[in-house]
Design a binder for this molecule. Structure first.
Ligand code: NAD
Length: 327
């Protein structure tokens, strides 16, 4: 099988190159993203392998279909970047539904600890031998309420982490998991009661801007908000308004609505034209990272293994257990 990888970085090759050889796949690693003007690079390949900011529209699916590309292999859990409905009859979309939920949950709590205890600022201060503590006071998480939105694999890992901190955990999910020992509440109650809100639901038309002016108005003063799921779960304009009003104790964003083309790239020598992103960077209680919650050795190894197993199943007519479906 010939697979064209897009948006590849040096760290992708560490796992995919040797494992791909073991499977006997012919892999070509392109650094460029998958987009309208790079589709032609998939000519004569059986499958393409893409990452979270490679958007695939219905028109692009038609082109891939004409080119006889059989599958889109997603080396991610989320699949909001592919028009799944348009793909249905034409091309298989296979993803990696679970690789290391703990990697993302551990990162999410790391963001909370950072903005709550101002570790990002303390690091910079002590580098400059400014040992003053003024402005660096945080709060105990112990006995505070954590509100988890989405209790799938990562949400459950986050619940375990929050329980470990001695927090009271409440959750919202339209499909509650009866086996979980957590108090399910309606979104409004979660917004009103939580000291920490952590987002772990997928991006769909139903969850887009789930955090908006209304929900922010309902939140407690000093609430911590963490988004390690998808940027568009948050209405960035409303978030900035809330930050200006001093609503948030801290905000951790591993994802951002308009991250495509910016995240994963070195833009340090360029003028940033995204006004909202530039504004977010000015708040001392906001931590932005470049969509890296997944980025551990264990997760990367598992992503490579499962992605290539998906390709192997396709090549050998085995059941396609990781085919994406619309709920
Ligand atoms: P999952 O499918 O196991 O769980 C998602 C849960 O969200 C499900 O229980 C589902 O019922 C629930 N849900 C659906 N609609 C909802 C709604 N309207 N409100 C609340 N909950 C809702 O997925 P997962 O593996 O836990 O991953 C969650 C998300 O994390 C992914 O969709 C992806 O976007 C994101 N993610 C980010 C990173 C990163 O590096 N930052 C890595 C992996 C996954």
């Amino acid at each position: 099988m010939k697979i064209a990888f897009f948006s590849t970085k040096p760290y992708d090759k560490i796992w995919f190159e040797p494992m791909g050889k073991e499977y006997g796949f012919e892999i070509h690693f392109y650094e460029v993203p998958f987009q309208e003007d790079t589709i032609y690079l998939a000519t004569n390949f059986d499958a393409i392998c893409i990452f979270v900011n490679d958007y695939v529209t219905a028109e692009m699916i038609d082109k891939l279909y004409e080119m006889k590309v059989k599958a889109i292999l997603l080396r991610s859990a989320g699949f909001n970047h592919v028009d799944i409905k348009a793909a249905e009859e034409k091309i298989l979309v296979l993803r990696v539904p679970s690789y290391s939920p703990e990697a993302v949950a551990e990162f999410a709590i790391g963001m909370v600890l950072t903005v709550n205890r101002h570790l990002h600022r303390a690091y910079n201060r002590t580098r400059d031998f400014n040992m003053s503590l003024n402005g660096l006071m945080g709060v105990d998480l112990y006995h505070k309420t954590a509100g988890i939105i989405g209790t799938g694999k990562i949400g459950q890992a986050m619940i375990r982490v929050c329980n470990g901190f001695g927090m009271q955990v409440i959750a919202y999910d339209p499909y509650p998991n009866k086996e979980l020992e957590v108090d399910y509440v309606e979104p409004d109650e979660l917004f009103k009661k939580s000291d920490l809100i952590s987002l772990h639901c997928p991006l769909t038309t139903g969850t887009r801007h789930i955090i908006n002016k209304d929900s922010i108005d309902k939140m407690k003063e000093g609430v911590f908000l963490v988004n390690t799921s998808r940027g568009a779960l948050i209405d960035t304009d409303a978030l900035i308004d809330g930050l200006v009003q001093g609503k948030f104790g801290g905000v951790g964003l591993d994802v951002y609505e308009e991250e495509e083309g910016i995240f994963y790239e070195d833009k340090s020598n360029e003028i940033i034209r995204d006004e909202n992103l530039a504004r977010l960077m000015t708040f001392p209680n906001v931590l932005i990272t470049s969509h890296m919650g997944f980025f551990t050795r264990e997760a990367m190894q598992s992503i490579a293994k499962e992605t290539l197993e998906n390709a192997y199943a396709l090549e050998n007519g085995l059941p396609l257990v990781n085919r994406t479906e619309i709920r």
